[in-house]
Design a protein around this ligand. Sequence first.
Ligand code: HEM
Length: 497
Amino acid sequence: TLFICRCGSTNKGYNHLPLPPGPKASWLGKVSLPQKYQWRTYARWKEIYGDIIYIYVFGNPILVLNTAKAATDLLEKRGSNYSSRPIRTMVVELIGWDWLFSSMSYGSRWKRHRNLFHTYFRPNDTTVYHPLQVKEAQTLLRNLLHKPEDFRYHCRRVAAAMILNVTYGHQVAEGGDDYVALADRAMSSLATAGIYGTYLVDYLPVLKHVPVWFPFASFKRQAFEWRKFTREMVNKPFNMIKEQMRQGSAAPCLVAHELEKCASGFDFEDEDIIKNVAATSYAAGSDTFVSAVLSFFLVATLYPDIQCQAQQELDSTLAGRLPDFGDKSQLPFIESLCYELLRWNPVTPMGLAHYASDDDEYQGYRIPKGTTILPNVWAILHDPEVYPDPMAFNPRRFVDRKYNASVGINPMPEPAFGFGRRMCPGRWFAFDAMWIVVASILTVYDISKAVDENGQTIEPKVEYTSHLLSHPKPFKCRVAPRSPKARSLIQQTAFLA
Ligand code: HEM
């Protein structure tokens, strides 16, 4: 029996079904949730509660999905019910990330943003950006030559340079860039407040009405502080392009092209949508990419045999030149290495939260409307039945795809990019960028363990941050040209730039 009650919720007659298993809340509605590396705890809880875990905190139902099957069954096959996002009081309403379309509820407003994004980052076809990606990967090679110890900063720069060129036609300055600095400040609030439930106001939205001067309202004062940067991040570059257009000096880019359509009055989008899509591309695409590339530096430092195998493949295919996208099909090991980077320590170990828009039934359990759905991407990509020896970094697992398909192991790590209708729409651009950066670096550089002032080798630890977006914690490594010929190959790229 299906009827719609007065509050708008449909009751599909699931009330008699039990809720999925999970830890019980105290009478205050509190469950001791893991504070750090939640993905590992939830993966362990699979042994106790099973593939899906239901947690009820302060009136908020949460469902953790620990297997690929549960994630596919719900987030993909039942996409019409599970493609929304939970309401994020701290991040969206108070800090002002309402322009981030990755946080928007499922519906026509979100769809217009996503469609505009797809116009510029087409599914399976971002070849138009290959020249830009090659050029920026080569700039990275030169920057590594000048200051190899700053490899972390150079990774951030290459991400910014690729995305900001597409969206704002912006050339990122070599030494330090105002927009990147502004975006970094804004993004730090997202890293801190991004995981659902970091602030009590996420569970109890009524707290947003507490006056700012109230003694316990430090979260609100903090939110207002951050809000300035969030607004500037979306408005400043957009206004800059408008000004450049007035002066006739704007470079071709997403924003300029869309604003021209507005001016011609033909098939145009609202200015707000253009503004939001451009800023979301940077917010969603820069730190994610940086995390994956930093994992590459870590892995190259720790596993010289893997680095060596990759370099053998590059040397025999390229015979002394730098790689281009035309070489991709000849370099299956490099491609597999990039896939393994995404699997081994996924950039978003708990994915991005989805949301049940209506009551549902799954495996005999009731999933109430309004449940926040957390796909445990880390657990899915470390399932020993699917990825044998899951903790090992082993790109070879992806090389023979035919064999893998025939025995049902090592599928492509697509969950690293999320699920269903909200799956990352920048994944083709992101994967190409990773591929060219990894291939270019390994062609001309050796990455190895750094040595301290006493001549002792520094052993890097495999340690990641416990944020929504998980990064390798700072570590040291040595980045040196492989040979005098490699050095001159790097220097020659300056003449092509
Ligand atoms: C290695 C790099 C990247 C990883 C691992 C990654 C991962 C993800 C994940 C897990 C999601 C959430 C999917 C879901 O809700 O199920 C997502 C969403 C998104 N990503 Fe990426 N991403 C990467 C790079 C990029 C890049 C380069 C761009 C832009 C050029 C981008 C744009 C977006 C956008 C706009 C969304 C929001 C989609 C929506 O809510 O409809 N991503 N990404």
